[in-house]
Design a protein around this ligand. Structure first.
Ligand SMILES: [Zn+2]
Length: 267
């Protein structure tokens, strides 16, 4: 998981979103707003979804990879804050990312906020429970549009598993990191753990290739190599390799390679 660069939506689409959000907000009562947000979304307002998806696709890393797992094709508009809990954010541009089905499906309407004093409060609405407004609080899920997941999620390069970027279990960083890892299944899914391991060795061998071949390549060949490098999945692994290359034994070779090819830091 890495941060993504938010882009503005063109005015016409923003106005359509606002119009749909107004329809939700105009209804009297929270329960009615939830019901309408869900039903109107499922009708997929004509034309709007195509434009939203295209814009969100520009924000994805690599070759249109899911913002959460960085592995699979991102092809579903995901509400980070579920419309089932926050109907007032059903049509808010800043609440959308493009994710894959295996991430979006299990996450579904799960959500949590932070209580005061600091504690995780699961506000997922159980089946059959009364539709009432969730308790207020700061969101537990890391928002890659406005926050940097590297500040929260450390990657253990020996196990290829994410761990909180702090040892302080009472801290907000630890609680939010643990929640995000668990709700998205970032360590539970073996394919993702294996994928990060392969990405680590893949990025390392590409670096070796670059060092061996760059002097023999034309500028066009060099550019093609760089373009391909940037299309790799698991960009988050590469970002962490760069950031933590000094001081982590598993990254000694990477540090040495980057030392003689510092241009790769821009990749
Ligand atoms: Zn995913």
């Amino acid at each position: 998981m890495i941060s993504i660069t938010s882009r503005d939506l063109e005015r016409h689409s923003l106005e359509r979103l606002q119009g749909l959000q107004d329809e939700v907000n105009r209804l009297v009562g929270y329960e009615a707003q939830v019901a309408y947000a869900k039903s109107s979304w499922s009708r997929k307002p004509a034309g709007l979804f195509t434009g939203l998806k295209a814009r969100l696709a520009e924000m994805c890393s690599g070759n249109l990879r899911c913002v959460y797992c960085e592995d699979s094709l991102a092809d579903e508009i995901e509400h980070m804050r579920p419309k089932d809990l926050y109907p007032e954010q059903a049509y808010v541009w800043g609440n959308y990312v493009l994710a894959c089905g295996p991430c979006n499906g299990p996450k579904n309407n799960k959500f949590a906020v932070l209580g005061n004093p600091l504690a995780l409060m699961d506000i997922t609405r159980k089946r059959g429970a009364a539709v009432v407004q969730p308790v207020a609080g700061r969101y537990a899920l890391i928002d890659p549009r406005v926050e940097d997941p590297l500040e929260f999620l450390w990657l253990d390069f020996r196990t290829s598993r994410y761990v909180p970027n702090t040892g302080d279990k009472a801290s907000e960083t630890w609680i939010r990191a643990e929640y995000t890892i668990n709700v998205l299944g970032l360590n539970k899914r073996d394919a993702l753990v294996r994928g990060r391991k392969c990405a680590f060795s893949g990025y390392t061998s590409r670096l070796r290739t670059w060092l061996e071949r760059r002097a023999h390549w034309t500028p066009e060949e060099q550019q093609a190599f760089i373009d391909d490098f940037r299309m790799e999945r698991y960009r988050g692994v590469w970002q962490r390799m760069k950031r933590y290359r000094n001081g982590v034994p598993a990254l000694n070779e990477v540090a040495e390679l980057i030392e003689v090819a510092p241009e790769v830091l821009d990749w």
